[in-house]
Design a protein around this ligand. Structure first.
Ligand code: CDP
Length: 237
């Protein structure tokens, strides 16, 4: 029988196994990307940040001047987009054009949740995300990965207070072209949380069976250890 044990207790010689597909969900700036990337590195898995897909659609809508309430036009736009993540997620090719440097611009932060609540946009993006995860050995992060995109995955839900999340995102952005005040960052996070949790199509929820980890006061390494401890199993036969 496989049993879950805290990592600190793994002192036997039995190998620890990790699930081949890991879903990490949580609200804006809860640390999913940093933790997910490090977890994938530790396990030798691919890392897929699904927020990038919706940010790419928001960029395409801004460029095309598509109104965010025109669901049919947004769905058409999304259907025509092929998204490829390269360089461990550092390059984001949309129909061959790299949009990575624009992903965190304030206008994209403002546009992404209204665009991501459109059912037709979600269907197009989810199809690409599922295709990407097909081979396994993947950590995929987002809002609906455990509840909808990959329901058979091992599930983690990362949470933190809005103030802690705003502080982290403010620190991440400061010194970059996309720097803005902490109050402004907090306002955007809270607005996105409201839209992401309140939408009709696959809203942000804690998936059944997910390990919920509150990360206030924990550093990245501390969160990664907790996730590994939660998901690792020893074969004792
Ligand atoms: O990095 P952060 O947590 O701020 O956001 P993100 O993961 O880049 O996601 C940006 C936005 O995309 C979210 O606020 C959602 O509106 C949308 N999203 C989604 O609807 N479903 C996902 N699986 C991932 C992101």
């Amino acid at each position: 029988m496989a049993v879950v044990r805290p990592l600190a207790l793994h002192c036997s010689i039995l190998p620890v196994h990790y699930p081949p597909v890991i879903a990490i969900d949580g609200p804006a700036a809860s640390g999913k990307t940093t933790v997910g990337r490090e977890l994938a590195r530790r396990l030798g898995y691919a890392f897929v940040d699904t927020g990038v897909y919706y940010r790419a659609v928001a960029i395409a809508a801004l460029d095309a001047g598509t109104p965010f309430d025109d669901a049919a036009a947004l769905a058409k736009l999304a259907d025509a987009m092929e998204i490829r993540l390269g360089d461990g997620g550092l390059s984001v090719l949309v129909n061959g054009v790299d949009v990575a440097s624009r992903l965190r611009a304030p206008e994209v932060d403002a546009a992404v949740s209204p665009v991501a609540k459109v059912g037709g946009v979600r269907r197009a993006m989810v199809a690409q995300q599922r295709a990407t995860a097909k081979g396994g050995d993947v950590v995929m992060v987002g809002r609906d990965i455990g509840t909808h995109v990959l329901p058979d995955a091992a599930k983690v839900y990362l949470d933190a207070s809005p103030q802690e999340r705003a502080r982290r995102r403010f620190r991440e952005l400061s010194g970059t072209e996309q720097a803005r005040s902490e109050a402004e960052v907090l306002r955007n996070l809270e607005l996105r949380d409201t839209i992401d949790s309140g939408r009709e199509d696959s809203p942000l929820r804690v998936a059944e069976g997910a390990w919920r980890i509150v990360t206030d006061g924990l550093d990245v390494a501390g969160v990664v250890e907790r996730v590994l401890a939660a998901l690792g199993t020893e074969e004792d036969e």
